[in-house]
Write a protein that binds this ligand. Structure first.
Ligand code: MG
Length: 272
């Protein structure tokens, strides 16, 4: 099942997403996958047949981020080739950091380049959404049972401030620095190799495979939940492959994985 979240007549709605002629369409309204009986809801989301909905191409709707996480946890340097391109050692353990929920941006939204940074980079990433509360998982547990689904993310980063500040809160945390979406897929096989690409102005800039993760999902979820409880809806950004580079005002940046559509965002300079 694929779904998105969007605004219709000023009201947030969830919509079922289906592929038609290689294009993603929203074909019906569904009940929230996050209602009280969450597991039942997200295993079999209820189609709201009673409410009329005219099918529409996904990208013509006013999309919202498809999740509302209590926290956004990110993994740095989780692809060997990306660690190397920034001159870093391959880490012995996962390197974690947060982005604030205030940095979330929907597909189609505008990334604003902060005045205080001179170098803002794109980082295309697979994002995993937690489905049920998780604490102290072991990698040999069926950790994927705790995963609701996945979507696309762009871990936008003020690279100069990341180096200058010595920690990453500001560099990773500006408003609009966490585009996510456009769809959540609850069935995509996360144990397989997914090819992730980032294009800037239609030019291919990143191409990597999740088969090249340094730390796979079982190890990441074990490591994270040894420290903190993950809540339903929490978002895990799994790291970016090689090829990161700067964004400029006027650019269009697009992250894609087959079946998950395109996370497309334009870039503007922040107004003074
Ligand atoms: Mg990243």
């Amino acid at each position: 099942m694929k779904y998105c979240r969007f605004i219709q007549n000023d009201v947030p709605q969830y919509g079922r997403v289906e592929e038609k002629n290689a294009e993603l369409w929203v074909t019906a309204l569904i009940a929230s996958p996050w209602e009280t009986d969450r597991r039942a809801a997200w295993e079999s989301p209820r189609i709201e047949e009673a409410r009329a909905f005219e099918p529409a191409p996904l990208m013509q709707l006013r999309l919202l981020p498809p999740v509302a996480p209590s926290k956004i946890i990110c993994v740095g340097r989780n692809y060997r080739d990306h660690a190397k391109e920034l001159g870093n050692e391959v880490p012995a353990e996962p390197l974690l950091f947060f982005k604030p929920p205030s940095s979330l941006l929907a597909a189609g939204g505008v990334i604003r380049l902060p005045r205080v940074s001179e170098r803002v980079d794109f980082e295309g990433e697979l994002a995993v959404i937690i489905g049920q509360r998780a604490r102290n998982l072991r990698r040999n547990d069926n950790v994927l049972a705790y995963v609701h689904g996945c979507t696309l993310a762009n871990d936008v980063t003020a690279r100069d401030l990341q180096k200058k500040d010595g920690q990453w809160t500001r560099a990773k945390g500006f408003d609009t620095f966490c585009p996510v979406g456009p769809v959540v897929d609850t069935e995509l096989d996360l144990t397989g190799a997914l090819t992730i690409e980032t294009h800037v102005n239609s030019e291919l800039r990143q191409r990597g495979s999740t088969a090249d993760f340094i730390f796979g999902l079982p190890r990441l979820l074990e490591y994270i939940t040894a420290a903190m409880t993950l809540e339903p809806g929490d978002l895990l950004l799994t790291g970016t492959p090689a090829g990161v580079g700067p964004l400029a005002a006027g650019d269009r940046v697009e992250v894609s994985i087959a079946g998950l559509g395109r996370l497309s965002n334009s870039v503007v300079a922040q107004e003074s």
